[in-house]
Write a protein that binds this ligand. Structure first.
Ligand code: ADP
Ligand code: MG
Length: 227
C-alpha cells in the first residue's frame, strides 16, 4: 500500500486573538491519495481555507500531525517549508495574484526563477504550461490585457511550472462568472485526468460537482466525506 499523499491526524488550528481564541480546525482526520480530485466545501468560516493553508505549508497547525508526500511538516523551519512548497505544491487563489506589469510568460516562469532554473529552460517550461491551459497565443499579454478567466488560466499555468504533485485551489472560480468558471473547471478536470492530485475549496455546488470526492466542513470539523 502506498502512503496517502496527504495524511492529517487530529489536526487543529487555533487563532489566538486579543478577544479570545478562534478554533478554526477542531481535529481533522483525513487521508487523500495521489491522483484524487477533492472538493472541500462548507459554509463561510467553516475552516476550509485554514485547512488548505496547512496542507500547502503556508501555515502551521496548533496541534496534530500532517504528512504530505511522505514528509512530516512539523518542526520545519520557514525556509524548509518554503522549499517544500516549491517542490511539491502549486497554488491557485481566487484573486489570481499575478504580477501586473509582467507578461503572462514571465508570470508563469517566476516560480522557476526562485528555483534557479536557467533562463532558456524557464521560458520553454512557461510556454509549455501556457499551452496546457490554452493560452499559447497570449504569452506576451499583461494581466490587464486578459479577461478574468484568462488571468486565472495564467495563474494555473504558473502553479504547474514546477511540476507539482499537488494542486491546491482556494475558491478558484470565486471571481468568475458561471460560464468562465466552467472553462476553468475544465482545465482542472483535464489536469486531474493527467494524474495531478487536486484539492479545491469552493462553496459552489456546481464547482464541487467536478470533483470525485467531496469533503464538507462545518465549524472546524469534517461533517461529511463522500466519493
Ligand atoms: P472558510 O475558508 O471556510 O471561510 P477560514 O478557514 O477562513 O474559513 O476561517 C475559519 C475560522 O477562522 C473563521 O472563524 C475565521 O474568522 C477564523 N480565521 C481565519 N483566519 C484567521 C486569522 N488569520 N486570524 C484569526 N482568525 C482567523
Ligand atoms: Mg476561505
Amino acid at each position: 500500500m502506498a502512503l496517502p499523499l496527504i495524511q492529517a491526524r487530529n489536526l487543529s488550528r487555533v487563532y489566538r486573538l486579543g478577544g479570545g481564541d478562534v478554533h478554526a480546525l477542531r481535529g481533522i482526520d483525513i487521508d487523500i491519495d495521489e491522483g484524487e480530485y477533492v472538493a472541500v466545501m462548507g459554509a463561510s468560516g467553516s475552516g476550509k481555507s485554514t485547512f488548505m493553508n496547512l496542507v500547502g505549508a503556508l501555515d502551521t497547525p496548533t496541534s496534530g500531525e500532517l504528512t504530505i508526500a511522505g514528509e512530516r511538516l512539523a518542526d520545519r523551519s520557514p525556509d524548509q517549508l518554503a522549499a517544500f512548497r516549491n517542490r511539491v505544491v502549486g497554488f491557485v487563489f481566487q484573486q489570481f495574484n499575478l504580477l501586473p506589469r509582467t507578461t503572462a510568460l514571465d508570470n508563469v516562469a517566476l516560480p522557476l526563477l526562485y528555483r534557479g532554473t536557467p533562463a532558456a529552460r524557464r521560458q520553454a517550461r512557461a510556454r509549455e504550461c501556457l499551452e496546457m491551459v490554452g493560452l499559447g497565443d497570449r504569452m506576451d499579454h499583461h494581466p490587464s490585457q486578459l479577461s478574468g478567466g484568462q488571468q486565472q488560466r495564467v495563474a494555473i499555468a504558473r502553479a504547474l511550472a514546477n511540476e507539482p504533485r499537488l494542486l491546491l485551489a482556494d475558491e478558484p472560480t470565486g471571481a468568475l462568472d458561471s460560464r468562465t468558471s466552467e472553462d476553468v473547471m475544465a482545465i482542472f478536470d483535464s489536469l486531474n485526468a493527467s494524474g495531478i492530485t487536486i484539492m479545491l475549496v469552493t462553496h459552489e455546488e456546481d464547482v464541487g460537482a467536478h470533483a470525485r470526492r467531496r469533503v464538507i466542513f462545518r465549524d472546524g470539523r469534517i461533517l461529511e466525506d463522500r466519493s
